[in-house]
Design a protein. Structure first.
Length: 245
């Protein structure tokens, strides 16, 4: 789908119907800003809105996707071309879901491993990685992340985006979906920044105790865990972001 061509076609059909962007938006249950983005080529209608949009504009799906009225001679060829494009988009969507699944599975394995080792330790087993895990570092990392979100004014937006990703709502309009995706992208960047800060703080702390060789090993392990925490959070945020795209 050519966004600019389809957008101009939507604007043309809307004007032929003597409708304002607000009137068309109300009929579709979306905002007029979303319609404006379609018509300026900065967004495309969600798949769930294609059929009702065609109905309101009195146009068939093939013509809407082509961005023009089609003659009988060109209708068949355009239909095949549009079907191939839709098939490609569907294939890209499946690939994205596969990536998300792999990331989710990896995070699941890590979390399961932590709980398993914790169970072994609490039942009297030998100490393992939990001997080096520093939960205050995790709290500090999350605190830095939330601080960045608060300062940037995206704190509530992050939780709204996470809620929408968990629900995986397909009724979101393009504008809201893009806002959520941007919020999650910012959260990923903020997590990377917070991880760097936490690592620097841990490194400075290690330098203070470097005179005692016995503390170097555990300090390096705790330092490495900061990266692990950041990696897990980034992977989870990326997975949620892909669910909304």
């Amino acid at each position: 789908m050519n966004q600019e061509l389809t957008g101009s076609f939507i604007a043309q059909l809307r004007k032929e119907k003597n409708m304002t962007q607000k009137e068309l938006a109300d009929k579709l249950g979306i905002s007029d800003k979303t319609v404006s983005k379609w018509e300026t080529g900065n967004g495309t209608p969600d798949v769930s809105l294609l059929q009702p949009l065609c109905k309101e504009l009195s146009v068939n799906l093939n013509e809407l996707l082509s961005g023009e009225r089609l003659s009988d001679e060109s209708y068949s060829g355009k239909a095949e071309e549009n079907m191939m494009k839709l098939a490609k988009d569907a294939e890209d969507g499946r690939k994205n879901k596969k990536v998300v699944g792999i990331i989710g599975a990896g995070c699941g394995v890590l979390i399961f491993s932590f709980f398993l080792e914790y169970a072994i330790i609490t039942s009297g087993g030998t100490m393992g990685i939990f001997a080096f895990l520093d939960f205050p570092t995790l709290i500090m990392l999350l605190g830095l992340l939330m601080g960045i979100e608060l300062i940037s004014g995206r704190f509530l937006g992050l939780f709204k985006a996470l809620g929408a990703a968990i629900k995986n709502s397909k009724n979101l309009d393009d504008e809201t979906r893009k806002i959520h995706v941007r919020d999650l992208k910012f959260a990923i960047i903020a997590t990377i920044i917070a991880t760097l800060f936490a690592t620097i703080i841990g490194f400075i702390s290690m330098l203070h105790s470097i005179q005692e060789p016995s503390t170097i090993g555990p300090s390096v392990a705790v330092l490495s865990v900061s990266f692990l925490y950041g990696l897990i959070i980034v992977a989870l945020l990326y997975a949620f972001r892909e669910r909304l795209k």
